[in-house]
Design a protein around this ligand. Sequence first.
Ligand code: UT7
Length: 326
Amino acid sequence: MKVNNVGIYGWGSCVPEGVVTNFDLEGMVLTSDDWIRERTGIIKRHVACRGEKTSNLAIIALQNAMEMGNIKPDELDLIIVATSSPDMLFPATACIVQDAIGAKKAAAFDLSLACSGFVYALCVGAQFIQNEAYRCVAVIGADILTRFIDWSDRKTAILFGDGAGACILKYKPGNEWWFFLGSDGSGADHLKIIGSGSSDYTPSGSFQKRLPTIQMNGQEVFKFAVRSMVKSVKNVINESRISFEDISKIIPHQANKRIIESVRKYLNLKSEKFYINVDRFGNTSAASIPIAIDEAYRSGVIKPNDKIVLAAFGAGFAFGSGLISL
Ligand code: UT7
């Protein structure tokens, strides 16, 4: 899918101060720093403290993006927050962000698609600019999934971290972006937060109270991740007729270094083509791609006008890629 005339004016991110290392986890579950490094590439992750909310991280990430783009709150027409760990089921976290930053004329809504949420939200936000419905759209990916971890489950406790990343979209004539989005709901059971929604009723109709908890079939998610990322990256490259040589970096969802390495092998590309920061942040869900872009951009790894490819996958199953220019 082609999207015309959209540009990015500012990136920002925010992670909680608290850090949990692999060694900290060794004291909580039967695992080891060696195992986690070898199987995932993760060394540490930032974890929200008690009282810290998804909106807190989203607000700071957006403020950082607005500062970079020199955007004033009353310029914003729309705020989209991609999150599957909102402050509450309602009000939407986007409304809380809108009020906190004083974006008085902005519409706001959340988009829930787990780790693929940011790529979808970017595609949706870009449509409003392309259609000339809005002039300035904020797209945020923010998650505090560690709230839903069973810290005695070593399969999930080691993977996730918290954070938020944001960008500002505005009209940029001549720019061409490409997206490919997909889903396969037959994989819904392989990655889910039980106890978190309307399905949590017993057959008798009484509410079955249990803490919202992530359940994951890691191997199935791994296979889907590789398959879907290869497919969606190939699609945006083929459709755009832009070759991999013209792409400055591929910025994949940061879930597991081995997943990224498998994708790299299938695409027959060099390691340098991929930006990886999962070692320091773990899997921050919808925040992982914008945090990685913000970090790469601020450190000069990617530069204004560079073309980059984003590749996401996650619960749903859902997946999506975007070929965008900075
Ligand atoms: O945004 C999407 C989020 N989710 C993902 O991306 C998850 C994708 N999947 C993965 O990243 C990997 O499947 C995991 C990292 C979750 C697991 O790695 P794996 O190489 O698939 O391990 P496995 O599940 O096949 O387990 C291998 C062994 C098992 O022991 P046995 O049965 O061989 O004795 C597990 O019990 O490793 C054991 N194991 C652990 N050992 C130490 C599982 N988790 C751990 C652990 N520490 N944390």
